[in-house]
Design a protein around this ligand. Sequence first.
Ligand SMILES: Nc1ncnc2c1ncn2[C@@H]1O[C@H](COP(=O)(O)OP(=O)(O)OP(=O)(O)O)[C@@H](O)[C@H]1O
Ligand SMILES: [Mg+2]
Length: 264
Amino acid sequence: MLELKNIHKTFNPGTINEKVALNGLNLSLDDGDFVTVIGGNGAGKSTMLNAVAGTWMVDEGQILIDGEDVTKLPEHKRAIYLGRVFQDPMTGTAATMEIQENLALAKRRGKRRLLAPGITKAERQEYVSLLAPLGLGLETRLTSKVGLLSGGQRQALTLLMATLKKPKLLLLDEHTAALDPKTAAKVLDLTETIVNRDRLTTIMITHNMRDAILHGNRLIMMWEGRVVLDIRGEEKKHLTVNDLLQQFEKASGEQFANDQALLG
Ligand SMILES: Nc1ncnc2c1ncn2[C@@H]1O[C@H](COP(=O)(O)OP(=O)(O)OP(=O)(O)O)[C@@H](O)[C@H]1O
Ligand SMILES: [Mg+2]
């Protein structure tokens, strides 16, 4: 479903701010893979997702989504394949629009006309049935402006919108990091439910090693712009945080104390 072949990306080349962010990144995802991604600050995790999304063109390498070479495709043309949720609950939904208007936009994604004149009764019923299982009471607030919602409610709605059209790839960049622990757990549960129900191929970046171990069928660790660990199947099921720290130390040659602080 996704192939990243020898991806290189350097920011501000030739200046004092030059930064090699992706350095020969290789990753291949099967249809239905749910991969969690860990790695220290600046390891290149977000940059990898931006490379997939086409935020800018990569310097070198090839990107295939479901067999199609999208390496040179601009961001807006790749967007139809992708669902994305970021860390900041303020992004991903339109604050000044109603809940039902946001859902209508998500539903009409990829179609020519953005918003039809009104929202039909049938559509409203559909939105109620989508929102009710979240258990956040949003189904009774269809005409509320999204800006009035809490961070967790907004992230849940963003997740719903990002997955409404069953994207080929779901890209989650620390999407629960800004939420309180209880709300974060709820949004993670919801993520698990949607990903499993629709068998979505998913990449989820997290700084929480327990979450990385608990979720998905594969776990990768990034370091200095590359994948240095790729654990799956039975091995992933029996993985512990300690195993991970040890493996990271081996793969990166970096000091344990630092990594624990960065990854924990
Ligand atoms: N648009 C950009 N311009 C310049 N430098 C960038 C840009 N985006 C990322 N970088 C740099 O590339 C490196 C990798 O950044 P990236 O955001 O991918 O790290 P990360 O693994 O997501 O880290 P974190 O856990 O802190 O989110 C960093 O050194 C960062 O400063
Ligand atoms: Mg990041």
